[in-house]
Design a protein around this ligand. Structure first.
Ligand SMILES: [Zn+2]
Length: 280
């Protein structure tokens, strides 16, 4: 009986330690917000859900908010936006990017052309349906002060519709979850994820835009090279399927990437690509 109790206690301690370890990792990635001032008009808010940018016109009257985070971080972000004329772009419908939309009741929301059902499912009803929806390949140009902002639906990749924001003068690209830095990507078939299409979208972005600053959906600020890194991640994992030695090497290569078992991990990406290939 004593031995059984001891094993039980050890098991509970181990579970708490593992739980604490992952809680720490989740907190770092999804709760903590880091502010990076790119210039007087443009601020990047990393973490607290998906990464966000806020671009303010020189006269302070107009603001563009790209992705609105979730929960407490969404409220903090909202407090920083003082302009009266606000446009929100949601790079995609996932709730960690749309969770703060309801805090901007008079803002105009732009996103991809999801069906109402897809929008509600993916955003977990955190946001009303967008006011402006862009179809695949469609682009909208907005002027925010002296900046010319291109908002374009790149089509299916991480979800059914993935929208990017490109600030022409700054050569700054906001990719949403088309790019994850130092972490395994979230791949959900029910969200419309397609790795084959995603690789094509990364190629298009590399060809279409000259990028000095790249803001990923999750992870730190990067540059043009992040597109090739993301592409290489998918292509190399796909190429290694059925080749255990190659797979072992890659697993090592990506061992420091942020992962959550069964949600985002090396195994998860491999399984997803395997399944996608079988269904093609
Ligand atoms: Zn996402």
């Amino acid at each position: 009986m004593k031995k059984f109790l001891l094993i039980l206690i050890l098991l509970i301690v181990a579970c708490l330690a593992v739980g604490g370890f992952y809680y720490g990792k989740i907190k770092q990635q999804f709760v903590k917000v880091e502010t990076v001032q790119i210039d007087p008009q443009l601020t990047v808010y990393l973490g607290g859900g998906g990464n966000s940018i806020v671009l303010i016109s020189e006269d302070g009257s107009k603001a563009l908010v790209v992705d609105t985070k979730m929960k407490k971080a969404a409220e903090k972000l909202r407090e920083t936006v003082k302009a009266s004329d606000i446009t929100i772009v949601n790079t995609h419908a996932h709730f960690d990017h749309t969770g703060g939309n309801s805090l901007y009741p008079s803002a105009k929301i732009i996103s991809g052309a999801y069906t109402a059902e897809q929008w509600n499912n993916e955003s977990k009803k955190t946001s009303r349906y967008p006011d402006v929806v862009l179809k695949t390949g469609e682009e909208k140009v907005i002027n925010v002060g002296s900046e010319i902002v291109h908002v374009r639906n790149m089509g299916r990749a991480h979800t059914w519709n993935d929208v990017i924001v490109y600030c022409e003068k700054r050569k700054l690209l906001v990719t949403g979850d088309l790019v994850f830095i130092d972490m395994h990507p979230a791949l959900y078939a029910k969200s419309g994820a397609s790795v084959a299409s995603w690789i094509g979208v990364l190629d298009s972005l590399s060809k279409q835009y000259e990028i000095k600053i790249l803001i990923p959906g999750h992870g730190k600020i990067s540059d043009q090279s992040a597109l090739a890194t993301m592409r290489d991640y998918f292509v190399s994992i796909g190429d290694a399927i059925g080749k255990p030695d190659k797979q072992a090497d890659l697993k090592k290569k990506y061992q420091d990437y942020f992962s959550l078992p069964c949600i985002f991990s090396f195994r998860n990406t491999t399984k997803f690509i395997e399944k996608e290939r079988k269904s093609q």
